[in-house]
Design a protein around this ligand. Structure first.
Ligand code: IDP
Ligand code: MG
Length: 210
């Protein structure tokens, strides 16, 4: 029996593509297999995969560093911890300006992301962007729920990382939204890199034939 052809807008949700990356600390801690296992057992499909060492130019393109709102948000993410512990960011970081802090953090990210090999992937599946973000967990490891990649395997805080002049070590990157996903997939992979295949559990998970 053939399945009814889905409206293309629904098909796009069903086979959404997202980009994710195991960062250098994830690779060096031997978590490549564990992270891919979590993605695959959730029912998501790896359609492109490579290990490489990224250079500075690639990382500067990967993160939207010229987007002031993204830089400001990066500054904000860390400031909460200083507030929580009643610490004056001016004393420790030389400024309390979120844009300036965001810019400092963005620079530390370049060093972190080029510090060793990374594993880049394109993942396909139903609402894959949100699914992979859920598997990743919160950016800040101390806030990431148990059961998530960041929550289970990392421990870090901007209160420490920012003062030490390094990025938060949180093992894993995942595109946040459709625009980021499209840009990142195109930055790291060509069309020809993306494979098409059927997983044996697809019929059970995603069709009416049980
Ligand atoms: P995301 O990785 O969850 O999407 P972003 O805000 O896009 O979070 O930040 C990119 C990366 O920058 C984070 O994964 C983390 O490694 C690092 N980072 C974010 N906020 C801070 C911070 O306050 N201090 C140091 N590094 C940070
Ligand atoms: Mg992000």
């Amino acid at each position: 029996m053939s399945e009814k052809k889905l409206d293309p807008r629904i098909q796009a949700i069903k086979t959404q593509h997202t980009f994710c990356m195991i960062k250098p600390d994830g690779v060096k801690r031997g978590l490549v297999g564990e992270i891919i296992r979590r993605i695959e057992t959730a029912g998501l499909k790896v359609v492109a995969l490579k290990m490489m060492t990224a250079d500075e130019e690639q990382i500067r393109k990967h993160y939207p560093m010229s987007d002031q709102a993204w830089v400001d948000r990066l500054g904000d993410k860390g400031l909460g911890t200083f507030e929580e512990y009643d610490l004056d960011p001016v004393e420790f970081l030389g400024t309390s300006d979120r844009s300036q802090i965001g810019r400092q953090v963005a620079e530390t990210l370049v060093g972190y992301m080029t510090s060793g090999p990374v594993v880049c992937m394109v993942i396909e599946g139903v609402q894959a962007i949100d699914m992979i973000r859920k598997l990743a967990g919160h950016t800040l490891p101390f806030k990431a729920e148990m059961g998530t990649i960041r929550g289970d395997f990392s421990v870090d805080s901007p209160g420490v990382a920012n003062v030490e002049g390094r990025a938060i070590h949180n093992l894993f990157h995942a595109s946040e939204n459709p625009v980021e996903a499209a840009n990142e997939v195109a930055l790291w992979f060509s069309e020809a890199d993306k494979q098409k295949y059927f997983r044996i559990d697809e019929t059970l998970m995603y069709s009416k034939h049980y």
